[in-house]
Design a protein around this ligand. Structure first.
Ligand SMILES: [Zn+2]
Ligand SMILES: [Zn+2]
Length: 272
């Protein structure tokens, strides 16, 4: 049974990933307006009211703004940590909110695990989504790399990690110092270098996997091609190679991952 992932948007103006199995259709983050989410879902052949659940990594607007309205209109459950549920409680009254944690819960025919990430939200989470032997790992919005994040993400066949900014470009922006301080802080966002270091840690197990770089800053980062090149160069120096490296683009649907293709790729790799 196959597993498909599609980036619908990723960045400070909104994050949303569509995950489909034979029996389940999930949104991971709903950081666009409900109207935009519904339109994007329909463009991908998904009736919004047939969603199995909306998984929310944390309560920030760019990850959660559409979750409450969409969940209410379509009677779809929201899955998040207890802290995120508390933070979202004013917008989720009457909605079925299910708690995710480190021991995993079943959502449709997938299993969802969360792990803590350092970010300035109430209880922000990285997410592992497993189905039929495949795992997708999400680590969006984290201020620095922690060992348990590496260990959790090593299970993933597709790793989706934040590569938010280039430190020098961020410092050169016209953002107020308080904003720069927040982004650079331990509970802010991962720079390209930190993203590369996270991937370095993950790839120490010698296993090849696909990588998406997400949440690229519009003002404080290079163009997607430049960010890919930076990460590629870093991993090349260490003789580490992802199966593929893509960017989840900011304001439009972009990267797609399919377990059937991943299987073909890994078969090819073994033949080589
Ligand atoms: Zn964010
Ligand atoms: Zn955030």
């Amino acid at each position: 049974m196959s597993l498909q992932v599609r980036s619908l948007a990723s960045g400070s103006s909104g994050n949303a990933f569509l995950v489909r199995t034979a029996q389940s259709t999930l949104l991971v983050d709903a950081g666009l307006s409900a109207r935009t989410l519904e339109r994007r879902l329909r463009e991908h052949g998904v009736d919004p009211c047939e969603l199995t659940a909306i998984i929310v990594s944390h309560e920030h607007h760019d990850h959660a703004q559409g979750a409450g309205p969409l969940a209410r209109r379509c009677s779809v459950p929201i899955v998040c940590t207890a802290g995120t549920a508390r933070a979202l409680s004013t917008t989720t009254q009457g909605i079925d909110v299910r708690l995710m944690h480190s021991e995993g819960i079943s959502v449709g025919d997938a299993d969802v695990w969360s792990f803590p990430v350092p970010h300035d939200a109430v209880e922000p989470a990285g997410v592992l989504l497993r189905h039929d032997g495949w795992t997708i790992g999400f680590a969006l919005d984290c201020g620095h790399v922690q060992l348990h994040m590496i260990e959790a993400l090593q299970e993933a066949d597709l790793v989706i990690v934040e590569a938010n900014h280039d430190r020098e470009r961020l410092l050169a922006t016209a953002y107020p110092w308080s904003t720069k301080h927040r982004i650079l802080g331990d509970r802010g966002h991962l720079s390209n270098l930190q993203a590369a270091q996270l991937l370095e840690g993950i790839f120490q197990d010698g296993r090849r996997r696909d990588v998406w770089l997400a949440h690229l800053s519009e003002k404080a980062n290079d163009q997607p091609r430049g960010v890919i090149q930076f990460i590629q160069n870093y991993l090349d120096m260490l003789a580490l190679a992802p199966l593929s490296l893509s960017v989840a683009q900011r304001d439009r649907p972009s990267a797609t991952w399919h377990s059937d293709q991943a299987l073909q790729q890994s078969d090819l790799f073994h033949i080589c």
